[in-house]
Design a protein around this ligand. Sequence first.
Ligand code: NAD
Length: 339
Amino acid sequence: MPIRVLFGAGTVSQLAAEVERLGAKRALLISTPGRADMVRSVAKELKVAGIFDQAVMHTPLAAVEAARTLAKSLDADCCIAVGGGSTIGFGKAIALTSSLPVLAVPTTYSGSEMTNIWGISEGGAKKTGRDVKVLPKTVIYDPQLTLDLPERTSAASGMNAIAHCAEALYAHDGNPIVSFMAEEGIRALASALPLIVQAPRDLEARTSALYGSWLAGMTIATTGNGLHHKLCHVLGGFGLPHAETHSVILPHALRYNSVAGEAMRRIARAMRVGDAPSGIWELEQRLGLPMRLADIGMKQADLERAARIAVQAPYPNPRPVEFAPVLELLHNAFEGNKP
Ligand code: NAD
């Protein structure tokens, strides 16, 4: 990957040197409203052109346009996105139309910083695409910045990363190197997340989870999405929260795709369990995550419409994507049945 990566506790202290390395002098900081103070303090050694602190989930077009206008009016020459997938999504959206270099400092486990995938939503639908322009030039993974990420957000975000790895293991365009990274990513995350929910400031567990999310981002960046990611994308259009949706759907999507025997064996091996879908389900229960689509805002009346949208356009998946079994999957996820 043509990305320069710094990894380890304390690496964010090198932010100013990394900005200089990019030849930038007028950086635009990007954050969510709640994290603006933290982002300012991370960048205190830098001369910045300004801050856009209105990043929100699913990168709505109106907010993206405000961010692009600000970047232009400040004559920014680089974007520094400090935060989760939502914040990094704004850096990518600016880069998509301006080619400004992005420096990402991820503080969740979304993996977005490693991908060339962008997404912008408008009127309840999210458009996504792949473009090398949005790939960050530099990524700084500093686990110290993740110590305050709340337990539940950490757990859900970690399951989002495990989902990237799991689907890479049965992707139609996968390869042995990606599978190796995917299995290692699942191992790192599945062992770190239970420690993090017990002791969120455990730096060793945080380091391991961030390493797992780096691997996860690399796997999704280089393979096509299957049923799981497509279904979560559809459910995002119904206003469901991103990471929690991945968490609820994953065990059911894996059961649907259990024909992918080698992938299931590798997921189970990485987690040290006998069966991948039920092992994932049990891990999520242990992490205290919501287990039912009903708990995260889905309406029963919308399940059929979601299943219909999910089967509209064909795409490669280990098992054919068909309406009746997809609807059954959604019912099981809605009720939180053990897969
Ligand atoms: P998020 O970025 O919305 O963050 C969740 C919440 O945690 C926010 O309120 C944020 O301010 C807060 N937060 C983040 N870091 C924190 C920290 N260290 N301490 C305390 N609070 C912190 O959630 P996410 O799951 O990381 O990202 C979801 C978004 O990312 C979605 O829009 C999704 O589509 C996108 N995404 C994109 C890709 C890609 O490859 N393009 C991959 C995964 C996710």
